[in-house]
Write a protein that binds this ligand. Sequence first.
Ligand SMILES: *[C@@H]1O[C@H](CO)[C@@H](O)[C@H](O)[C@H]1NC(C)=O
Ligand SMILES: *[C@@H]1O[C@H](CO)[C@@H](O)[C@H](O)[C@H]1NC(C)=O
Ligand SMILES: *[C@@H]1O[C@H](CO)[C@@H](O)[C@H](O)[C@H]1NC(C)=O
Ligand SMILES: *[C@@H]1O[C@H](CO)[C@@H](O)[C@H](O)[C@H]1NC(C)=O
Ligand SMILES: *[C@@H]1O[C@H](CO)[C@@H](O)[C@H](O)[C@H]1NC(C)=O
Ligand SMILES: *[C@@H]1O[C@H](CO)[C@@H](O)[C@H](O)[C@H]1NC(C)=O
Ligand SMILES: *[C@@H]1O[C@H](CO)[C@@H](O)[C@H](O)[C@H]1NC(C)=O
Ligand SMILES: *[C@@H]1O[C@H](CO)[C@@H](O)[C@H](O)[C@H]1NC(C)=O
Ligand SMILES: *[C@@H]1O[C@H](CO)[C@@H](O)[C@H](O)[C@H]1NC(C)=O
Ligand SMILES: *[C@@H]1O[C@H](CO)[C@@H](O)[C@H](O)[C@H]1NC(C)=O
Ligand SMILES: *[C@@H]1O[C@H](CO)[C@@H](O)[C@H](O)[C@H]1NC(C)=O
Ligand SMILES: CC(=O)N[C@H]1CO[C@H](CO)[C@@H](O)[C@@H]1O
Length: 799
Amino acid sequence: MMMVTSKVFSSLQFFTVFYLFTVAFASTEEATALLKWKATFKNQNNSFLASWTTSSNACKDWYGVVCLNGRVNTLNITNASVIGTLYAFPFSSLPFLENLDLSNNNISGTIPPEIGNLTNLVYLDLNTNQISGTIPPQIGSLAKLQIIRIFNNHLNGFIPEEIGYLRSLTKLSLGINFLSGSIPASLGNMTNLSFLFLYENQLSGFIPEEIGYLRSLTKLSLDINFLSGSIPASLGNLNNLSFLYLYNNQLSGSIPEEIGYLRSLTYLDLKENALNGSIPASLGNLNNLSRLYLYNNQLSGSIPEEIGYLSSLTNLYLGNNSLIGLIPASFGNMRNLQALFLNDNNLIGEIPSFVCNLTSLELLYMPRNNLKGKVPQCLGNISDLLVLSMSSNSFSGELPSSISNLTSLKILDFGRNNLEGAIPQCFGNISSLQVFDMQNNKLSGTLPTNFSIGCSLISLNLHGNELEDEIPWSLDNCKKLQVLDLGDNQLNDTFPMWLGTLPELRVLRLTSNKLHGPIRSSGAEIMFPDLRIIDLSRNAFSQDLPTSLFEHLKGMRTVDKTMEEPSYEIYYDSVVVVTKGLELEIVRILSLYTVIDLSSNKFEGHIPSVLGDLIAIRVLNVSHNALQGYIPSSLGSLSILESLDLSFNQLSGEIPQQLASLTFLEFLNLSHNYLQGCIPQGPQFRTFESNSYIGNDGLRGYPVSKGCGKDPVSEKNYTVSALEDQESNSKFFNDFWKAALMGYGSGLCFGISIIYFLISTGNLRWLARIIEELEHKIIMQRRKKQRGQRNYRRRNNRF
Ligand SMILES: *[C@@H]1O[C@H](CO)[C@@H](O)[C@H](O)[C@H]1NC(C)=O
Ligand SMILES: *[C@@H]1O[C@H](CO)[C@@H](O)[C@H](O)[C@H]1NC(C)=O
Ligand SMILES: *[C@@H]1O[C@H](CO)[C@@H](O)[C@H](O)[C@H]1NC(C)=O
Ligand SMILES: *[C@@H]1O[C@H](CO)[C@@H](O)[C@H](O)[C@H]1NC(C)=O
Ligand SMILES: *[C@@H]1O[C@H](CO)[C@@H](O)[C@H](O)[C@H]1NC(C)=O
Ligand SMILES: *[C@@H]1O[C@H](CO)[C@@H](O)[C@H](O)[C@H]1NC(C)=O
Ligand SMILES: *[C@@H]1O[C@H](CO)[C@@H](O)[C@H](O)[C@H]1NC(C)=O
Ligand SMILES: *[C@@H]1O[C@H](CO)[C@@H](O)[C@H](O)[C@H]1NC(C)=O
Ligand SMILES: *[C@@H]1O[C@H](CO)[C@@H](O)[C@H](O)[C@H]1NC(C)=O
Ligand SMILES: *[C@@H]1O[C@H](CO)[C@@H](O)[C@H](O)[C@H]1NC(C)=O
Ligand SMILES: *[C@@H]1O[C@H](CO)[C@@H](O)[C@H](O)[C@H]1NC(C)=O
Ligand SMILES: CC(=O)N[C@H]1CO[C@H](CO)[C@@H](O)[C@@H]1O
């Protein structure tokens, strides 16, 4: 008995001793190796790894180290401010390592092929570092690997075929890198794979049919690459797939009917490709689908009735395709629908009244279709509606007063339709409304007079209607108003000087009305402090030009290119769909641009020299008035002036020599005045032709005549200036598109027309150039921006 007990004891003791010895031994070797690696870090003072010392026990004391049976099993130093490389990482000294998490550090350089020595590795996470180079094929020998996360690095080159050997892999996440080449077909061997994320790389070629063998896939994200060809029908085998992201590639062909077999799908995102053909009716089977994004493709045919069976759908985006026909009646079933985007198609018919059954709807967006008929009263029942945009259709009849019951409504846009009748008074009471756009309809009667205190309006555009009477004083309650466009109506009033108290008003457009009388200052200390565009043209304003007004206008006194961004979070998403046209961008032009247009009125007297203080003006037009006296030389201070029109007045004297220094001037019209003397000569003036001066009998010199003593400036000087000019122009483009993109980002869609600029500046050439430039940059920038957003979303939600 004694003997036995003692034997048991001693073997236990022996085991303990052996065990302790093993611990001490293994740890020492592994610890030493890890310390060697740490010694290569750039930031030796890293406080996270302060516990990694020769005198401490790696298994017990080291930050991020977990041992099993005395061997390092897990090394997890995520987000530990490591700045270093993997070159000295002890791949050969950690044979029992199963979990390696070095994510969210600053590890650069390449992944050494020795990574293949970590034969027991199960979990490899290097995400969000600065790792570059190719993925070594040796990774294919890590037979136990289940999870690889190397997203958000700088990996490039092909994905090695060998990755396909990793039969145990469940998650492969290589998104946000620079991987190129095609997706290896060998991935089809990884039958346990549940997540495959290769988004935001530079992958090209076809999507291999073999992806369809990955029966365990639940999430497949290949978006934002350069993949081409059609979507393989084999994807229809992926019974467990719940997220399918293929957007922003170059996929063509039609959407395979087989996608409709994916009964587990909750997100289907195929937007921004070149898909054609019709939307397969089979998609109507996807009864778990909550988001369906097919916008920005070339889909044609009518919308299948079956789409309306998707009763779980919350977001349906079919915009920017070539869809025709009616909106199917079945849409009335989608009770969970929050966002319906059908914009930029060729849909016909009326707004079906069943739309009003969609009581969860927040965004109803159908601009630029061929919809007609009356706007249904029942829209007023969709009480959560935030955005109601139906612009550029052919709606007729009156605006239903029920809309004023929509107390959450932020954007109401029925611009460019054929609506008639009065604007219901109660519209002034929608206190949530930020954008109210009814431009280019046939609305008559008066404006609502009851804009209430706390009015949220930022943009009010009623341009191009038949509105009469006065500009309502209650607009004074809309302290956030930035854009007021009441142009091209029948308004009969005097100048609304009282609007000058609105602190953010940037654009005031009252052109083509029956406004009249002198423009007199109210004597207020601050007037129109942020105004950048004032267009009073084609009215009957009389007497002197408003000198006292010019003495204010603080916004035109400094050339300010920084633009604060209005935030329309809600509208944000929609904009991704919208911005094919330039409407949106134009808003930013409006803010960036600085214009005074007082043309075609009855102004008389002199041009006040104080105008020269408004140095941010780019367009000045006082033509077609009865102005007299000299052109003030102070106009030569308007150093960024691009367009100057003083034509059809009774101006006399000489053209001030100072104007010759306006190097940005691209358009000049001084015709039909009584100007005399020599035309100033300068590089920019060289470019104007004689029609800039006709109707002034007393003008001499280039280009009207010779004989002003001086020859025109030499060609050499002209060439140099032209180059400089080009340079400054491209700088302007830069600021210009930056600002435009801000508008894009914030999702503002005022819809103020570009045509205004075409007309008001009279200079189509440079504008066309800008727009071309802008369009290109917007496309590039959109991709970039979306990447950014997605990074953010993914980092926060999907991993
Ligand atoms: C570590 O050293 C760097 C300079 O090498 C210094 O900028 C940084 O503040 C230091 N960090 C800590 C935590 O001491
Ligand atoms: C590493 O640690 C972080 C938190 O400190 C944890 O979220 C992450 O899952 C760990 N990684 C592994 C592989 O255990
Ligand atoms: C990393 O740590 C910082 C604080 O040191 C924290 O703000 C940040 O959220 C962490 N990031 C991740 C991805 O855990
Ligand atoms: C990573 O570290 C390098 C070298 O210290 C440094 O230049 C770089 O800015 C760091 N990058 C990030 C994203 O922290
Ligand atoms: C695949 O997953 C199943 C279930 O988790 C598991 O039994 C099997 O071993 C895995 N296959 C491989 C090759 O790891
Ligand atoms: C693995 O993938 C390759 C390439 O698709 C294929 O040739 C091979 O037959 C596959 N192996 C197995 C076992 O499926
Ligand atoms: C699909 O999902 C079900 C339920 O989660 C699961 O039982 C099944 O094994 C999965 N199928 C595959 C092929 O992974
Ligand atoms: C709309 O709702 C009404 C009442 O809830 C119902 O009678 C009607 O059938 C619905 N229409 C459609 C198309 O779903
Ligand atoms: C607004 O809604 C109320 C009931 O919620 C209704 O009585 C009223 O008629 C509606 N107003 C309009 C203009 O439709
Ligand atoms: C403007 O209104 C006044 C009185 O309300 C009227 O006498 C005048 O004729 C109107 N002007 C125009 C141009 O219609
Ligand atoms: C170019 O113009 C400047 C003044 O603008 C003048 O001083 C210079 O002489 C001119 N050069 C030539 C080569 O004409
Ligand atoms: C022990 C061991 O497997 N060593 C290997 C580590 O990785 C390098 C590079 O792949 C190989 O050459 C070694 O054989």
